[in-house]
Design a protein around this ligand. Sequence first.
Ligand code: G3P
Ligand code: CA
Length: 240
Amino acid sequence: MKFKKKMVVAHRGASGYAHENTLLAFQKAIDMKADCIETDIRRTKDGIIVLHHDRHINGKDLLALTFEELKAEASKNGFQVATLEEGLAYVKGKILIDIEFKEDGYVKEAIDIIHKYLRNDEFFIRSFLDEVLIQVKEIDPRIITALLLGKSNPKHPFRTRLSELFPGCRLRRTKADYVSPYYRLLKFCFVWRMNLRKCSVSVWTVNDENLIKKVIFRNKVDSVVTNYPDRALKYFQKDE
Ligand code: G3P
Ligand code: CA
């Protein structure tokens, strides 16, 4: 699919200005008039789906922490961790949200929660995990999904990088609607090739202003994921 307009996506909220994946970072993105917020989900030992990037906090595995224990660890680090439900209720009616599944294992449960709050035109799902994207489309083919490319430390580096530079097979298999590559993957006419498939390109994570200009004006991507939405918004507005 091609986006109707170019988009600036606030990475983990406007995480250059507030702690990542918090409601505070979400509010900063809303204040800056970003088009969308990207956020990460994981699940705690007692089954609460939370907004958190890393699998560990203070050396402890989230899978071994209850939500209350996670909250205590987060507060030691000076931030308030939010549940997926809190995040969805917060953004509803204010901004789009792009939810990244960091793990497999609770796709249906998470989609049911998301559908309690948002219509399909109010959110996107993204993941590095092909199996997650396949399940999302099986649950509801109208949900818009993105295949993330640029996995860190893959088990099979050569095979993975090749499938990321030339993601055609994976796009077909996952039925992903658009693609979200790490900016260094914009090689071998990547955007041009995706345009031929009518597939939008949402590049991550671009924070340097010169690089932002390059991906917008030279590579002509459809969307930029950045910790600093304000640095990109002015150029995207000019480009339209
Ligand atoms: O969704 C783009 C980007 O967030 C993927 O990497 O590690 O920042 O979640 P990461
Ligand atoms: Ca992410």
